[in-house]
Structure formats: C-alpha cells, structure tokens
Design a binder for this molecule. Structure first.
Ligand code: F0G
Length: 463
C-alpha cells in the first residue's frame, strides 16, 4: 500500500458478523389475506410466524450480542442484593449518574410508578410528545398529558435538524398559568411519536432553565438516548469531536430523573428502570415498586436480564454501531423519498414513518388511512408495521373521536437484526403498495377497548 492514499470507502457496513441465525417463514399473499382477516385486520393480532419482515417495533426485538449472551450466564438470581443488580446499577450510572436506580420489567412499569406517585386529578404533565403508554399512564392517574413539541415537529415535511425539540415558549406559558398543577416536566429522547426525531442539547438546556425558573423537576423518557446523542454529535455545532457517552452524561446532568425502556437502546429483550436524585420521591416510588414489580434489587427482572442490559449499555454508545444504526435507517428512508413515497423527513433514528394521509388523500382520517396502508404492506409483502395516527391517538378521554395530528405508519428497525437485502425487499414492497395507493379503502372499527385501543381493536374494510 506504500505510495497509495488511504482508501475511503462509502459503504457503511454492519459492524458485526452473524453468529447464529433464525429462519424466516415464507407465506403467499393469499395466506396473508386470510391471516389478517382472521386477526380482525389488527396487525398486533397476527402471529409472528405469519410475518416475513417484522417492523412492528424496535422494542425488545434486537439481536443480543455474543457478550450479552455470555453476561446472561453470570446472572445471580438472589432475591436480595444480587451482584447482578450492582453491575446493572453501575452500568446505568456510568451514563446516567442518578442517586437511585429502580429496575422495572419494562418502560411502562416505570411510568406507572412515577405517575401513580406524582400524577392525579388536576395535575398536568407536559412532554415534547407523550408516547402512547406514557400518555395512558398519565391519564390513568387522573392527570392531563399535554404535548408541546415545536411547530416543525408536527409538520411531516418541515426540515429541522431537531424536530423533537420542546416549544420553550409553550412550556413557559403553561408553567406561568398552572405552575402549581405541574409536578414534573418530561422530555422524550428521541421523540418517538413525533417521528423518532432528536432533541438538541441546546433545547434540553433551555428546558432545564425554564424548569429551574419555576422550581420544577425535569425527567427524561430516555429509551433512545444513544441515537439522540448521535444526532447531537452529527448535527449540533461544537459536538462533533465529543464521545457520545460524554454527550449522554451531559444530557443526564440536566435532568432530575428518568424513565427507561431498556428494550430499545440498552439492547435488551426485556427491562427498564426508573431513576432519580430526590430521596423522598425515591422512597415513595420504591414502595410502589415492591408492591407491583419486586424487591428493589431486581424490580421485575431476573438477575440474568440485569447482566445483559449492563453489557448492552456498553455496546450502544459505540460510534461504529451508532454510525451504522442511523445510516441504515436513513438508507430505507432515502430510498423511499427517491421513489416518491411520502415519508416524514428528516428520517428519524429508529424508524421510517410513512405519511399515510399524504399517500391516501382519498381516505379521511376517521376512516384510518394508516390502518389501510399498514394492512396493505402486510398483505402485499408480509411486512408488519404499526399505525401511529388516528387509531392510536384519535379516541379522547371523554369518549369522542378526532383525527390525530398526523396519520403515520411506522417501519421500526430492530437493532442489528435485518440486513441490507431485507431492507431492499421492504423498499420494493412499499413502492408496490404506493403504486396501487388509489385502490386502497378505509376501515371502520368493529369493537374497541376504552384505552390503548390500537392493541386489541378489530376492524372491517369499507366499501
Ligand atoms: N416511552 C417511549 C418513547 C417508547 O417508545 C416506549 C415503548 C415506552 C416509553 C414504553 O416502554 O414498551 O418498555 O413499556 N415503545 C415501543 C415502541 C413499544 O414500539 O415504540 P415499554
């Protein structure tokens, strides 16, 4: 190589090779039409065996590494004081140095605990955008959940590097009017329900300043913290030379606590935690934890799960991993943009969001264009996605129904699970469905539960 320039290659490869494989089951369009009809046109009710490429969620579905599986063998299942807990706690604190770390079986368990302590009738909990379980847990406590994302964050086509940012003026005006009713301010990184969009460090500092002015706690819903930190590294001036772990620690230093689903960036199949600095709040939360999850050194988890998460937390802040991760999501999104399929831009971290309302203007929001698109992707190619729109968010606490802000279909990418050829296939399926968009019809809901209806509702095609 002497005399040759250092070569520059543009292909960003998977920074791993495959160590064990899981077979996929092929199905025909006819088999899939039967499967989805049997499931009442609800993709949550389709058996995973009948799905070819499962982009329903990036939650708990990623591939664990060799070293995570090895860590599982170290799991100590002592009821109290297991060494696995201290390994887990220290790995969390390496990035999020909060005084109290309470393991939970997943993110929503942490939400349930914090809002049962801080929520209640008459309270208001602001967030950039509440995730569905977060909103549901706020509302189940009797409190009101409000979304205060910046205006660009509600416009699928607006170009902004940090579309997950909180609208600082809106937050300030809420606190000016109702400070006594707001027990805590939340911010979700990345902003999942708003398209997996990141929040800038500058915005987090500004939110902190407003919280300080009104003496309020700031909590992170930090499921995709490493992806958010990578966007800061890539897009925010002055942070390009920093270690991502260091950016994460700065984010943590701005908050008083966090809820976490460890099924996302910590690369676990299961897990979560609740962390905070306030001793009295921690005592109250621990009491609920013991009631609902388990003893404080295991929460809702086995010792082996705690070990796998500790190892996952070390792996997720690798720059090689994050560069590959964000680029591979972008690869899918860029190909769809190029093919003229309407998607939410810029492309987020963990998922590509198809704009069903734009693709299917002939289907009104109350006939669920996102549902129509998600079913079509499944029938055509066996690709499972999830509607994030009027089905998920349209039902109001008073029983009325209104169109959601957006009607999106999310293609979530499990971590380290699918290869580029799987994604090339997904691109083809999306293009095929987009070409036949005019033929798609809306749906009506046949029956639905009172809350979180998207998980169990059944549908019927219209016309
Ligand atoms: N907060 C956010 C931002 C989430 O994305 C999720 C889960 C949760 C909280 C709840 O965590 O599932 O461990 O109880 N999101 C998954 C998804 C389910 O598909 O986006 P959990």
């Amino acid at each position: 190589m002497r005399g040759m320039d250092a070569p520059i290659f543009n292909t960003i490869i998977e920074p791993f090779r495959i160590h064990s494989v899981e077979p996929l089951r092929m199905t025909t369009p006819e088999q899939r039409k039967t499967a989805i009809a049997t499931a009442g046109y609800n993709l949550f009710k389709v058996n995973a065996q009948d799905v070819l490429i499962d982009l329903l969620t990036d939650s708990g579905t990623g591939a664990m590494s060799r070293d995570q599986w090895a860590a599982i063998q170290h799991g100590d299942e002592s009821y109290a004081g297991s060494p696995s807990f201290f390994i887990f706690r220290d790995a969390v604190r390496e990035l999020f140095p909060f005084d109290h770390v309470l393991p939970t079986h997943q993110g929503r368990a942490a939400e349930k605990i914090i809002f049962s302590v801080l929520g209640g009738a008459g309270k208001v909990i602001p967030n950039n955008t509440h995730f569905d379980t977060t909103r549901a847990n706020v509302e189940a406590s009797g409190a009101t959940a409000v979304d205060l994302v910046i205006a660009e964050g509600r416009d699928p086509q607006a170009v902004h590097p940090f579309k997950g940012n909180m609208d600082i003026e809106a937050l300030e005006s809420l606190l000016r009017e109702r400070a006594d009713d707001v027990p805590v301010v939340f911010i979700t990184i990345t902003n999942n329900s708003g398209g997996g969009q990141p929040v800038s460090l500058a915005n987090l500092h500004a939110v902190r300043d407003v919280c300080d002015k009104y003496g309020k706690m700031l909590f992170l819903d930090a499921c995709r913290f490493a992806e958010n930190a990578w966007f800061i590294h890539e897009r925010e001036a002055g942070h390009g030379d920093r270690d991502v772990a260091d950016i994460v620690r700065e984010i943590a230093s701005l908050a008083d606590g966090m809820t976490m689903s460890a099924k996302k960036d910590p690369m676990g199949n299961i897990g979560g935690w609740l962390a905070m600095n306030d001793d009295d709040l921690a005592r109250d939360c621990r009491n609920v934890l013991i009631l609902t999850e388990g003893f404080p050194t295991y929460g809702g988890l086995a010792g082996r799960d705690l070990e796998a998460l500790a190892q996952g937390l070390k792996e997720v802040v690798s720059h090689d991993y994050l560069r590959y991760r964000i680029r591979s999501t972008g690869y899918l999104g860029d190909a769809l943009v190029k093919a003229g399929v309407p998607v939410l831009t810029p492309i987020g971290g963990h998922a590509v969001y198809l704009d069903a309302r734009a693709l299917l203007p002939h289907i009104p929001p109350l006939e669920y264009p996102g549902e129509a698109l998600a079913v079509a992707l499944y029938e055509a190619g066996g690709v499972r996605s999830v509607e994030i729109g009027t089905v998920m968010f349209g039902r109001q606490p008073d029983g009325s129904e209104v169109p959601a802000a957006l009607d999106l279909v999310r293609l979530a990418i499990p971590r380290r699970t699918y290869t580029q050829s799987h994604i090339d296939y997904v691109i083809e399926v999306c293009q095929h469905v987009a070409r036949h968009a005019a033929d798609l019809r809306g749906y009506r809901i046949v029956d639905e539960p009172p809350a979180l209806r998207h998980f169990t509702a059944t549908f019927e095609p219209l016309g």
